[in-house]
Write a protein that binds this ligand. Structure first.
Ligand SMILES: [Zn+2]
Length: 311
């Protein structure tokens, strides 16, 4: 009995260590930039588990075909090490564009940690102010001496020589609700930057934490212009978002959900119908998607999927 048990244990340990080694190799591959030239690459980071009452948040590292680096949101302050590990693994010393989708802690909390370690070229955000939050104030202080571009719908800017970024939200005039910022979570999320990245024939939509009302408004203003091949599901895949009108307007072939939990399984499953693909950082770990600009995409995940939960 003892012999059989130890043989089983040895087999299990071998299998486990093989799995861990394989995953470490995959992690290294995801953050290896040697194949990035000529590609628009988006890396969706796993930022660990929830900290206190806050979500760990969003962080995407984008590289342009000519090697510019963009960090789009940078997670909760307690998740900063994940962001730093990823940037270091990529060999990044300078972040050309730091983009903040909206001023919540799980999207801008990591800004001071980035400033402590990297050179930052230009900051992009909306003009929304959120002085009540100490994390917002820390971000304002950290970014004070960096060129800052305030974006609104209708704007566009270049990411490297060949990627255009079009802005579809927030509107030009931000009308603050009475008593702002008391009870303004939904309002702030609905002011998220909605950014469409275009590289040749390839398109990607990244729109922060837009809620349903925000999605409907953006669709009513911009409609078919929002159409994209790939997309991040708004607000971590929660039921606050991913309205049918938004899903129809963007109509992505591939959707990425960034969360430490499955906020709503029925929302996640909406993105696996009719041949669409959906990746989820909880299940798949860090995710890299690359396109050479011809409308094709290659996805690499840190973990091999073993669940059939989304089928
Ligand atoms: Zn968020």
């Amino acid at each position: 009995m003892r012999i059989r048990f130890s043989a089983l244990l040895t087999a299990m340990l071998l299998w486990l260590s093989g799995g861990v080694a394989q995953e470490a190799a995959r992690t290294a591959e995801i953050f290896d930039r040697s194949g990035d030239a000529g590609q628009l690459t988006i890396r969706f980071l796993w930022l660990g588990e929830q900290v206190a009452d806050d979500k760990p948040g969003d962080c995407m590292i984008l590289t342009s075909p000519d090697g510019q680096v963009m960090v789009l949101d940078c997670g909760h302050p307690l998740a900063s090490q994940y962001v730093i590990d990823a940037l270091d693994a990529m060999g990044v010393t300078r972040i050309d564009a730091l983009v903040i989708s909206h001023p919540h802690i799980d999207h801008l909390g990591g800004v001071p940690a980035l400033y402590a370690r990297y050179e930052i070229g230009t900051v992009y955000s909306s003009a929304l102010v959120y002085e009540k939050s100490s994390y917002y104030r820390a971000y304002v202080e950290a970014t004070a001496n960096t060129p800052h571009v305030y974006l609104k719908e209708g704007d566009s800017f270049q990411f490297g020589d060949s990627v255009r970024v079009d802005v579809y939200n927030p509107p030009a005039e931000i009308t603050y609700p009475k008593d702002y910022p008391t009870g303004a979570t939904q309002f702030i999320n609905n002011q998220s930057l909605a950014l469409k990245f275009t590289y040749g024939e390839s398109t990607a939509m990244l729109a922060g934490d837009l809620y349903a009302a925000g999605e409907r408004e953006v669709v009513s203003r911009w409609g078919d212009a929002l159409d994209c091949d790939i997309m991040k599901a708004n607000h971590h895949g929660a039921s606050t978002s991913s309205t049918s009108v938004w899903r129809k307007a963007v109509s992505p072939q591939i959707t990425f959900i960034t969360s430490d939990t499955i906020e709503d399984l029925s929302i996640a499953k909406k993105y696996t119908k009719n041949g669409q693909q959906m990746y989820h950082t909880l299940i798949d770990g860090c995710i890299r998607v690359q396109t050479p600009g011809d409308g094709t995409y290659t996805v690499l995940t840190e973990k091999d999927r073993t669940t059939t939960l989304f089928d």
